[in-house]
Design a protein around this ligand. Sequence first.
Ligand code: XLS
Ligand code: NI
Ligand code: NI
Length: 440
Amino acid sequence: MSTGFFGDITTIAHDPDASADALAFRHYDPNEVLGGKTMAEHLRFAVCYWHNFAWPGGDPFGGQTFERPWFEDQIADPMEAAKLKADVAFEMFTALGAPYFCFHDADVRPEGESFAQNTANLNAIVDLFEEKMAATGVKLLWGTANLFSHRRYMAGAATNPDPEVFAFGAATVKTCMDATHRLNGENYVLWGGREGYETLLNTDLAREDAQLGRFLNMVVEYKHKIGFNGAILLEPKPQEPTKHQYDYDVATCYGFLKRHGLENEVKLNLEQGHAILAGHSFEHEIALAQALGVFGSIDMNRNDMQSGWDTDQFPNNVPEVALAYYHILKGGGFTTGGTNFDAKLRRQSLDASDLLHAHVGGMDVCARGLKAAHAMLEDGVLDGFVEERYAGWDQSGAKQMLEGKRTLSEIVAWVEAADVNPKPKSGRQEWLENVVNRYV
Ligand code: XLS
Ligand code: NI
Ligand code: NI
């Protein structure tokens, strides 16, 4: 029995010729094959629970704008509300044909008075999810714990000066990992929302680093203990909500993982808007994570160029998205990861159909980006140029330098004997940009 929230819409089809206002995919065809994989297999779309079903539409100057039948002001029993929310959520995943979803504990279950009550509430919803996943075929891309909304976490979870908060957070992560494991989640994400500081005047950086390192090591130990085969992913973000966050960007996270012996255990979930906040581009973060062997998954969204906030808008810039997928495909594509829309409506987009249009548009933008990225790789023009640019390193003398077989003095001898006198070559950036422009 449908909740009727989306009217009579139950599925959205691929129809390139659909009329302007019709809900249809113009570019995303889950069955279209690119390089031996379907688009669905390449993109591995996930719908997030929090922005779509838990967020009331507030901003710093105003509260709730959305009226949803499962919100507190509409339904007295919070567990009934959570169930209705789940019904609507699965109706949306199904209508979109999204293979995956993602959630935080706090998005899906009512907040209890105690840890035990939170766990019981979560487990009741996980029972329900199990049934719904079996009935619909929708899978879990990742689960996570919300260790940032409740006031107990105002000074962080793992990095809190109070060990009781650390313990409460650790216990909560265990229950969320159990839930993710039960639901066959393919990853477990940790976004350190308040793992950072507001002022150095009250903060001990060395202690907080040690606490965060121990916390993540416990997560990895527990993953092995329960035999969770998914990937553990950290999600970098430089600031917001705190002034400075420890998981600043890919480079910072990699240093942290190395320092705590976790670089082979933990990978990264990269978000478009977070890359921009850190002063990078999305493709920079993806390419660096690939280069360091820690690429895991992506949170797809975009920021408003003017605002300087993490505005979590749906993507609509095909060239940008194409370069992101270019680096993903170049690294071999997703394994456990996927494309999670960590994106929300604008607060004036009140209707149920706005939720659908937002995702349909986002999925179409990703499909266009993927097609362009695949074509760029297949034609090999860009890759070929890069290979040629580094070709000198294939020569034996050059190899010896890189492999540590030549000292500085030996290099001097070689430079003198062979009269080494390098001639600069063009990097051909404008031509490369023109090449990209032909695909997007
Ligand atoms: C917030 C983060 C958050 C994570 C999951 O900025 O993107 O939504 O993806 O905790
Ligand atoms: Ni995110
Ligand atoms: Ni974000």
